[in-house]
Design a protein around this ligand. Sequence first.
Ligand code: PML
Ligand code: MG
Ligand code: MG
Ligand code: MG
Length: 251
Amino acid sequence: MQEEMFSVRMRAAEGGSHEDGGFHISGGETLVAKRSLEAAVQELLQKALLHSRGDADFIQLVMERIAPHEILRVPPLPVITATAEHMHEGRLYAMRYLQTLCISEQAARKGIELLASQTNLRGAAIMSASSGERLDAGLQGVRATRMGWTEDGYKQWASRHTIASPRITEALALATKVAHAPFVLAELCWSDDPEYVTGYISSLKEGYVRIPHLKEKGDFSGGRVFYVSDDVQLEELTSYLEKTPILIDKG
Ligand code: PML
Ligand code: MG
Ligand code: MG
Ligand code: MG
């Protein structure tokens, strides 16, 4: 018999809920077997409570059972770390590298400018890879959820990667799900955590490329941009990102 699986998602804000204008502190999500649900909830709760963006006074945790037969399994994207000694070099690298992934110069610039100008972005911006126009409805952002690792997949990956940490493994699971999304050409991300300056550009084509400096320490800016092709069907894309359950499995 297949094990029961649960999707867990957390969001936390300070000064009230996000809807009431609170400041976004942290979000996180995973997909785990029922027997690991308590541990997963505890880990996400800790993430919300111990975040360097602030002191959350609104924390929401949602758990939903997922039918095992609906879950797709994919291996993690390969991980590469680029060289960038400081933010200027990191952003220049990102500008150039995005263009090798069929993102126009204008869209690459708009994506970087968007992340640099947002300190309270919840969910990812959907952006046209050709024009750089933002396409998510009402500029509300779209959240990728319902993804996690299989135990074996995680063990194998962690045994081969010394960089394994909760932050990176969560980001890699999300990036892997997003890379498999219809219409998505690439993702650009850096954390809105003022203590964490490494970001990444990921794609199905080239994998997960970490860029050590995409902002300066102390900066609260950050978030995610999903670059999409001109033929994008937003409903199909949003439904995949929010609903399709994905487990990252052994490579
Ligand atoms: C986040 O923490 O919100 C994003 C994490 C980016 C991880 C980058 C990396 O170190 O690979
Ligand atoms: Mg975060
Ligand atoms: Mg996150
Ligand atoms: Mg794709």
